[in-house]
Design a protein around this ligand. Structure first.
Ligand code: PEP
Ligand code: MG
Length: 580
């Protein structure tokens, strides 16, 4: 029995036999000299191969759109764009002419150059886009070399898919009925593979380094997508243990989801709203299945972090409309672009900043790139006829930024009026409270906003001066720091004094201890990843809001995170979701 530990990318437990997916990495791409008179025929071979590849990708794109919506099919639109990019054609032509080597060699060289350019960029989102370049290049090479691209479409048995790196097209085309889990050497939580695995609800452990080399076809594997553990050839006791865990997980999900469809109130009748955080439109369906009262945070910047291009107004309109239509009349809060910081984008933001998290990010970026901001606002307005949309501005640090943002929204409305485009006139407009200056002036901001949503991931980062992505100081990212709790309390009180609602959409919302404290502090809405909703609903159903108020009152008198956490553990049984 062996055990490996990787990045938990999609929750759930699966037990199954390994299907080790060797794609055609090992196959040699031929390299030979050609004469100048062969250039024309090499070029024709390329054109024919690209035409065939395009037909294939169009089919994949249509299938992705039918089965999963625009967000996933956009991956293939990007592949098609790459295959038509005049700059890439120019580079291939000049390489063919100057090197006088066969076209396969030219393609491979270009792929390596492009991957090298991306790998120099210090941003995981961008680096992960190399898989798209690889995907396109391999598809064209396969046509040139008359190789059938192996697909995962024909899997006939249930398997755990083991691969070095899976391409977006592999995941889209794989037989999802038979892939019970995914185990991969490469990939992070933000890779397409992780996004798609979560969207398909297939447990996945990624970023395992070199595990593929240690595994063999038909090895028995246990994959725990929540803890990031992969066990190879488990002994009987371990197998039994995980079979029990898997069955309990499935049963628990089933009952939790069944119960989650009802609205939730505490035992003493306080109605609590539980909404979903989503990154791609596809997640809206899962949010509904998990019983979300709406979407509390649509991180719209992920539309921009797809490979290859910046979505235009029409594409954005389609994406926002899709979410609104899926959610029917449930409210959907679209957060305007939070690009920059740890979500930099080569085409738009600035990579050379010394302190990107304190730099040209979110609303600061949007206010200086008003063309991009206004386009997004128009797209949201155009989509607004499809449902109950709300607009939320991220990283507001003071009232002037909010006033300017609202003025730009006014201009976007005028644009629509001029073009005769219908939109809802009553769209609530709110802000994220995620900077201490905003929390401290929440009474002022509340005069100009229709709602608040507290972004604790950033609020903690900026209050305690702790980079939320830095493992070394992760211990300081403390939701129960009295400074953080005071800022939250202040924000909730200011919102209520002004008669507006206040939610919280940081990771903290899904923590059972924090959820009770936040309920006790009077928070109106909780927004979290869809899979956490059923569990949180169960927690709230079992408690009295009055008890939560007592607990929160006590917590607010305490002096350190350790003291608070110790106390909460004595009062809340997180496993059974009950108060003691
Ligand atoms: C937050 O900061 O808490 C938040 C929800 O926004 P993001 O995680 O996207 O920065
Ligand atoms: Mg944030």
């Amino acid at each position: 029995m062996k055990q490996f530990s990787g990045i938990p990318a999609s929750p759930g437990i699966a037990i199954g036999r390994a299907f080790v997916f060797f794609d055609d990495e090992g196959v040699q791409v031929p390299s030979y000299s050609i004469s100048a008179s062969d250039v024309g025929s090499e070029w024709s071979r390329l054109v024919i191969a690209i035409d065939k590849a395009k037909v294939e990708v169009e089919l994949l794109r249509d299938r992705a759109r039918d089965e999963m919506g625009d967000e996933q099919s956009a991956i293939f639109d990007a592949h098609l764009l790459m295959m038509q990019d005049p700059d890439l054609f120019e580079r291939m032509e000049s390489s063919l002419k100057s090197n006088l080597r066969n076209i396969e060699w030219v393609i491979l060289q270009l792929e390596q150059e492009l991957v090298q350019q991306l790998s120099e960029i210090d941003d995981p989102y961008i680096r992960e886009r190399t898989s798209d370049i690889h995907d396109v290049s391999k598809r064209i090479l396969n046509h040139l070399l008359f190789r059938e691209r192996m697909t995962l479409d024909d899997l006939k048995d249930d398997v755990v898919l083991v691969a070095h790196d899976l391409l977006p097209s592999d995941l889209i085309s794989m037989n999802r009925d038979h892939v019970k889990a995914i185990v991969m050497d490469q990939g992070g939580r933000t890779s397409h593979t992780a996004i798609l695995a979560r969207a398909f609800e297939v447990p996945a452990v990624l970023g395992l380094g070199n595990v593929m080399k240690s595994l063999h076809a038909a090895d028995l594997l246990i994959v725990d997508g929540k803890s990031g553990i992969v066990i190879v050839e488990p002994d009987d006791a371990t197998l039994e243990l995980y079979e029990g865990m898997r069955d309990r997980f499935i049963e628990r999900e089933r009952t939790l989801i069944a119960d989650a469809l009802d609205i939730v109130s505490t035992k003493d009748g306080k109605r609590v709203f539980l909404k979903a955080n989503i990154e791609v439109p596809e997640e809206a369906r899962a949010a509904l299945r998990n019983g979300a009262d709406g979407v509390g945070l649509f991180r719209s910047e992920f539309l921009f972090l797809q490979p290859g291009r910046v979505p235009d107004e029409d594409e954005q309109t389609r994406a926002y409309s899709e979410v609104l239509q899926v959610m029917k009349d449930r409210p959907v809060t679209i957060r305007t672009l939070d690009l920059g910081g740890d979500k930099a984008l080569a085409e738009l933001t600035d990579y050379s900043e010394k302190n990107p998290l304190l730099g040209w990010r979110a609303i600061r970026f949007c206010l200086s790139r008003q063309d991009i901001f206004r386009t997004q606002l128009r797209a949201i307005l155009r989509a607004s006829v499809h449902g109950d949309v709300r607009i939320m501005f991220p990283m507001i640090s003071g009232v002037e930024e909010l006033e300017l943002s609202l003025a730009l929204l006014g201009l976007a409305r005028e644009d629509c009026d001029k073009r005769g485009i219908p939109y809802r006139k009553d769209i609530p407009t709110g802000i994220m409270i995620e900077i201490p200056s905003a929390a401290m002036t929440s009474d002022i901001l509340a005069q100009h906003a229709d709602f608040f949503s507290i972004g604790t991931n950033d609020l903690i980062q900026y209050t305690i001066a702790v980079d939320r992505g830095n493992e070394r100081v992760a211990y300081l990212h403390q939701p129960f720091h009295p400074a953080v709790l005071r800022l939250i309390q202040r924000t909730i009180d200011a919102a209520h004094a002004a008669g507006i609602s206040v939610g919280l959409c940081g990771e903290m919302a899904a923590d059972p201890y924090a959820a009770i404290v936040l309920l006790g502090l009077g928070l109106d809405e909780f927004s979290m990843s869809g899979v956490s909703i059923p569990e949180t609903k169960r927690l709230f159903r079992g408690v009295l809001a009055a008890d939560a108020r007592v607990i929160a009152g006590k917590v607010m008198t305490m002096t350190s995170p350790a003291e608070i956490e110790g106390y909460l553990k004595t009062r809340i049984d997180a496993e059974s979701g009950t108060l003691r």
